[in-house]
Design a protein around this ligand. Structure first.
Ligand SMILES: [Zn+2]
Length: 347
């Protein structure tokens, strides 16, 4: 047991010994893992599981992107967060990085509290070997697909809703891409965690499969990666597979190289995944939390920490980030959200 004020050094050389014994990885694969850089876009349920699996297995550098903050309803399945994070509304990227460094201080974790958009994709995704999908929406997935296909970076699609999980490996120039399989957002997947709920076990299954595929890629065994779109329902024990080994002729993204999602100009408002809330990120400018807190105090309840400022004025709850981005809860009407932002934060 550790006494207060005294840190007992751990012998960590052994950390990966059980994984090295697995011969498809071995010492050589472990060394390769330690030299790789992976971006995880979105750190909710799937992103948390993916980050945890890859951090523990020794991926050298993890870049974690997430636009959101921790809430109590996340704790059922988002394994990197705890009650203190929810109480303090800590941004998920920050909370994830802190937790990972507690169990693996030997890897690099780079948190980015940001929404992936066409204008910042180059900055946030540059220099990585692999991109993993922890998002909750097809808009961002198409953006990742465009970026990855354009720049020949492998990525892994993964999603879970209800008791159902689905995943696919995208190796640009070789396999089908997301737009080959889904030229338009698939019908069945417009359900959200809010409408259909979600089982943590479905998240875990799809994350485990995707993380294993990631490891195959990172240790230099991409030939062993699955070439199908795989879906699995853990409750009804249904399993489906669709071939995805080759690109579809005439695909907008990988065939015609028409990267419409990457070219798309800023998306000023986004309604978040079933949360009765609207995100505003049209104004990228630093916000002084102390000044805003003083100004809002007479108008409602307000508090801030170094990462977020929260302002409550019935029936709305506004969460403001240091770069000026805001999530306004209590409406799905973008016009109302825009006017609240203009009134309380500035136009
Ligand atoms: Zn394609």
């Amino acid at each position: 047991m550790q006494r207060p004020g005294k840190v007992i050094p751990l012998e960590l050389d052994d950390r990966y010994s059980r994984q090295i014994l697995f011969k498809q990885i071995g010492a050589e694969g472990q060394q390769k893992l330690s030299e790789t850089r992976v971006a995880i876009v979105g750190c909710g349920a799937t992103g948390s599981s993916l980050a945890s699996l890859l951090a523990r297995s020794g991926v050298g550098s993890l870049r974690i992107l997430d636009r959101d903050y921790v809430e109590p309803s996340n704790l059922q399945r988002q394994t990197l967060f705890d009650e203190a994070d929810a109480r303090e509304s800590v941004p998920k990227a920050i909370a994830a990085a802190r937790q990972i460094q507690r169990f693996n201080s030997q890897i690099t974790v780079e948190p980015h509290v940001a929404d992936l958009t066409p204008s910042n994709a180059d900055t946030l995704l540059t220099g990585v070997d692999l991109i993993l999908d922890g998002t909750d929406n097809f808009e961002t997935r198409y953006l990742i697909n465009d970026y990855a296909v354009k720049n020949s970076i492998a990525w892994i699609y993964a999603a879970a809703v209800g008791s159902y999980g689905i995943t696919m490996n995208i190796l640009p120039g070789e396999t089908a891409c997301l737009a080959c399989i889904f030229p338009d957002p698939p019908h069945g997947m417009v359900e959200t965690c809010e409408t259909s709920g979600i089982l943590y076990s479905a998240v875990n299954l799809v994350s485990s499969i995707a993380a294993t595929e990631a490891m195959k890629f990172l240790v230099g065994a991409p030939a062993n990666m699955r070439r199908t779109l795989l879906s699995w329902d853990v409750w009804n024990t249904d399993r489906g597979e669709v071939g995805a080994a080759t690109p579809r002729a005439g695909c907008r993204a990988c065939g015609e190289r028409d990267f419409v999602h990457l070219a798309g100009e800023g998306r000023p408002h986004i309604t978040l995944c079933g949360r009765n809330s609207v995100q505003i990120h049209e104004r990228q400018r630093p916000v002084d939390f102390v000044e805003v807190t003083a100004r809002l105090r007479p108008l409602g309840s307000v508090r801030h920490n170094e990462f977020v400022l929260k302002f409550w004025r019935d029936p709305y709850e506004m969460t403001l980030f240091p770069d000026g981005r805001a999530i306004i809860k209590g409406t799905t009407d973008t016009a109302i959200a825009r006017s609240l932002y203009a009134r309380y934060i500035g136009s």
